[in-house]
Ligand binder design. Structure first.
Ligand SMILES: N[C@@H](CCC(=O)N[C@@H](CS)C(=O)NCC(=O)O)C(=O)O
Length: 211
């Protein structure tokens, strides 16, 4: 049995939930309220010394880092695949997924926004900070996704890029980022949203979601 340690509004945990539901893999969830700093409790940091969600606990032990988790899921449960068949296409999917996971998302995770607030930044300044980095990252992604021709972010099949893009758009909406300049990104996310597997992974459907 797989157990996902996460939090309903964590974008990185949302990626993994999408991959698990896309592959129709059963899993249990243990949630940690980041607002209450539950992810910093020793019971969790023995699993993930970084004190970040997600962690996937498998029969072979825990795996941290959402991209590593999704790659492991794809290697151990190859169908349906989350990566395309050719090496070049896989490299392109990974490059765009890393653009989101390494170059956009870390700039607006909880610890960074808390540090900005602690340094005296106003909520308006924090929101502008988030919008700045999401907009910059999406501006680089938009033509690359448009070039694939849809309906998904990397063309005709769902990939782990979709698992990164859907939560990133969710965060962008939450922070009120102007999404008008990104029609290809919005269309790719719309293709996934509304499917039963994506619905099941949605933050609002998780056991710890705010009412
Ligand atoms: N690179 C990590 C990022 C994980 C991450 O940023 N998790 C956030 C929630 S989305 C977190 O646990 N934040 C806790 C904190 O900032 O204190 C991954 O992809 O798994």
């Amino acid at each position: 049995m797989l157990t996902l340690h996460g939090y309903w509004r964590s974008g990185a945990a949302y990626r993994v939930r999408l991959a698990l539901h896309y592959k129709a893999l059963p899993f249990a969830q243990i949630t940690h309220d980041l607002r209450q700093a539950q992810h910093r409790q020793p019971a969790y940091t023995t699993l993930n010394p970084q004190a970040m969600v997600p962690t996937l606990v498998t029969a072979d032990g825990p795996i941290t880092q959402s991209l590593a988790i999704m790659e492991w899921l794809d290697e151990t449960h190859p169908t349906p695949a989350l990566l395309p068949p050719t090496a070049m296409a896989r490299a392109q999917v990974r490059a765009m997924a890393i653009l989101i996971a390494a170059d956009i998302h870390p700039l607006h995770n909880l610890r960074v926004l808390s540090a900005l607030r602690d340094s005296g930044q106003t909520e308006a300044a924090v929101t502008a900070w988030v919008a700045r980095w999401i907009t910059q990252g999406f501006s680089a992604l938009e033509p690359r996704i448009a070039a694939q021709g849809g309906p998904y972010a990397f063309g005709t099949d769902v990939t782990l890029l979709d698992c990164c893009l859907v939560p990133q758009l969710f965060s962008a909406e939450r922070f009120g980022v102007d999404l008008a300049p990104f029609p290809a990104i919005r269309a790719a996310v719309a293709a996934v949203r509304g499917t039963a597997w994506a619905e099941a992974a949605h933050p609002s459907r998780q056991p710890d979601a705010d009412p």
